[in-house]
Design a protein around this ligand. Structure first.
Ligand SMILES: Cc1cc2nc3c(=O)[nH]c(=O)nc-3n(C[C@H](O)[C@H](O)[C@H](O)COP(=O)(O)O)c2cc1C
Length: 192
């Protein structure tokens, strides 16, 4: 299996608690033949789409030049058999680098297409796993996860799974215990 690990752990916590959860989750793949592409989003140096970039992109799509370098991330995402996204809870969603990454992969003709005026996903992943931690309590409306779920749905990824460690920054919080509980939920041995 081709696993795409999207690491959006922008953090001043060393190590990031979200990344700790993610590393524990990834342990299960270490003994398998699976290939893991670990993409650290902040290292990609991505910029938000500008008018100029959008014009270039539209032209490439019009000419069906899908092998252009501009679409490398979209091609990689489309081919992944499973996607794991680790992102801390920021300002009710996630760090903006996640949104910028999504702008890069939403390419008509690669990750989705339009059929009878509605989008049909072209991605082959069976599942998207979303791993996050939050300083407070997220509550019923997890806007980051809901958004990612909608994106997965549009791209043809039918299943999503959420693992969330909450309340980490609340005074007196037992951070290790919170992370251990999430590891249990993940059914992975915890190395916290
Ligand atoms: C820029 C920024 C924005 C944040 N926004 C929120 C927020 O809206 N709600 C919340 O509960 N915690 C918020 N937090 C706290 C983080 O969610 C929390 O510390 C999380 O565990 C950080 O993950 P990390 O240890 O992987 O960096 C924010 C933290 C930062 C740095």
């Amino acid at each position: 299996m081709n696993i795409l690990l999207l690491d959006a752990c922008v953090s001043t916590n060393h190590p990031s608690r979200t990344r700790i959860l993610c590393e524990n989750y990834m342990e299960q793949y270490k003994t398998t033949q699976d290939e893991i592409a670990h993409v650290v989003l902040e290292d990609l140096g991505l910029a938000p789409l500008t008018t100029q970039m959008l014009e270039k992109r539209n032209k490439l799509i019009e000419e069906q030049k899908y092998d252009d370098e501009m679409f490398a991330l979209a091609r990689q995402f489309q081919k992944a058999d499973r996607v794991i996204l680790a992102a801390p809870f920021w300002d009710m969603t996630f760090p903006s680098v996640v949104k910028i990454y999504i702008e890069q992969i939403m390419i008509g003709g690669i990750t989705f297409k339009y059929e009878d005026n509605s989008a049909v996903g072209l991605c082959q992943a069976d599942k998207l796993v979303y791993i996050m931690t939050a300083g407070g309590y997220v509550g019923e409306q997890n806007l980051g996860y809901e958004y990612i779920k909608s994106i997965a749905d549009m791209l043809g990824i039918e299943e999503t799974e959420l693992y969330c460690g909450e309340g980490l920054d609340i005074w007196g919080a037992d951070v290790d215990k919170i992370l251990e509980d999430v590891c249990q939920e993940m059914h992975v041995p915890n190395g916290i």
